[in-house]
Design a binder for this molecule. Structure first.
Ligand SMILES: Nc1ncnc2c1ncn2[C@@H]1O[C@H](COP(=O)(O)O)[C@@H](O)[C@H]1OP(=O)(O)O
Ligand SMILES: [Mg+2]
Ligand SMILES: [Mg+2]
Ligand SMILES: [Mg+2]
Length: 374
């Protein structure tokens, strides 16, 4: 098959994510500033604009579908200048010609001019407030995954997935700063001039494979190609977060020793990590909890990445070997940590993860038990 299995959902999601990544790329080039949210994490006008774009495209095509998305519009309600900038970005992204942007000649955008007023933009952002759950279907969106990377001038991703009965069934992820192949060097952190050839777009359909093409239709690699994880090899390479506070890098180093891996881990921001192991740039993505595992991972931080890796031949579980459960609300509250490896390597990697956690006195995370009370 030379194209992912077609559906209106897939065409709509490709249109939405491609448009959103136009808005984020434009903010990225201009050296974004940020606001700080209540949980102390940053948000930029790129996050707001991308969420408004995706939600308004989804709502125009599937008005019954609910959306679980990261951002909320409250900060824009008090800040007219920021609101105006977001609306201008949304307008520009929604007005782009579909065939020229995504090559989807038969897809007819259903949204109207009205989607790009200040009021409509704020309403669209707040369409993402759904609480999730295990029944029916909903979309989950991270408008900019890796906002810290986005601010530093590193990797980030626009991540959208359709979840049905608690399981991701369709994923579209744009990685505007990830070159189409590993052979083209990634831009240096802080380089805001963009990627030669225009970054990468990833798609996965449950039971229908994982695919990528260049985000830029004029690039040589503008048509979808299937991707797969690297088969179990003699030596494994690891991929982990740049942010030490997001996962336990010390535990990863111990796991590498147990697996006799000597190569240093590749550090990268965002779900671009899932995409790069899905296409075989690396072998293992570990995101192990810090401390006692107090942080609950958000569903939008994993839904599209999980499907991409599973459809590319991988297995994705938490530290106790359980599947990620996307039907528990806005967070993965029944899971601790994420372990991604090729199907044939996963058991061995998980064993090393569990051994390292036991050694550290955090074996309860490996057993899926609550942390012991002091
Ligand atoms: N305390 C935390 N622990 C784990 N992940 C976090 C934490 N705070 C934010 N995140 C999320 O981690 C992801 C990026 O992590 P990394 O690049 O380290 O893999 C992002 O989804 C980020 O959200 P956001 O979408 O707001 O950037
Ligand atoms: Mg995120
Ligand atoms: Mg985000
Ligand atoms: Mg965030």
């Amino acid at each position: 098959m030379s194209h992912p299995p077609a559906s209106v959902e897939l065409s709509t999601a490709i249109s939405a994510v491609s448009r959103a990544s136009l808005a984020t790329s434009s903010v990225f080039r201009s050296i974004p500033s940020s606001l700080t949210k209540e949980d102390k994490s940053p948000v930029t006008l790129g996050d707001f604009a991308a969420q408004a774009v995706v939600n308004s495209v989804l709502h125009a095509h599937f008005s019954q579908d609910k959306i679980v998305a990261e951002e909320e519009a409250s900060a824009l309600k008090e800040n007219g200048e920021l609101r105006g900038k977001v609306t201008a970005l949304v307008k520009e992204a929604l007005q782009r010609d579909e065939a020229g942007l995504t090559g989807q000649k038969d897809f007819k955008p259903q949204w109207t001019e009205k989607a790009a007023s200040d009021e409509a933009v704020m309403e669209s952002i707040d369409l993402g407030s759904y609480s999730g759950g295990s029944s029916g279907r909903f979309w989950t969106l991270d408008p900019i995954d890796g906002t810290k990377g986005f601010l530093r001038g590193g990797q980030y991703a626009v991540c959208l997935a359709l979840v049905e009965s608690g399981k991701p069934t369709l994923a579209v992820m744009a990685c505007p700063n990830l070159p189409f192949t590993k052979d083209v060097p990634k831009p240096q952190e802080g380089d805001r001039s963009g990627v030669d050839g225009g970054g990468s777009l990833f798609v996965a359909v449950k039971g229908g494979g994982a695919w990528q093409r260049s985000l830029n239709l004029s690039a040589a690699s503008a048509s979808f190609q299937p991707i797969s994880m690297r088969p179990r090899d003699a030596s494994l390479t690891f991929c982990e977060s740049v942010e030490a506070g997001h996962s336990s890098q010390g535990t990863n180093a111990e796991i590498a020793k147990l697996l006799t891996i000597t190569a240093p881990p590749v550090r990268m921001d965002s779900q671009a990590k899932y995409a790069s192991v899905a296409r075989g740039d690396g072998d293992v993505y570990l995101r192990l909890p810090t401390g006692k595992g107090e942080y609950q991972e958000k569903i939008w931080d994993h839904a599209s990445g999980q499907l991409l890796c599973e459809e590319a031949g991988g297995k994705v579980t938490d530290c106790s070997g359980k599947d990620l459960d996307f039907g528990q609300g806005r967070t993965l509250k029944l899971n601790k940590g994420v372990v991604v490896a090729h199907r044939d390597a996963h058991e061995e990697v998980l064993k090393a993860v569990q051994e390292a956690l036991e050694k550290e006195g955090r074996g309860y995370l490996a057993r899926g038990e609550p942390a012991p009370a002091l």
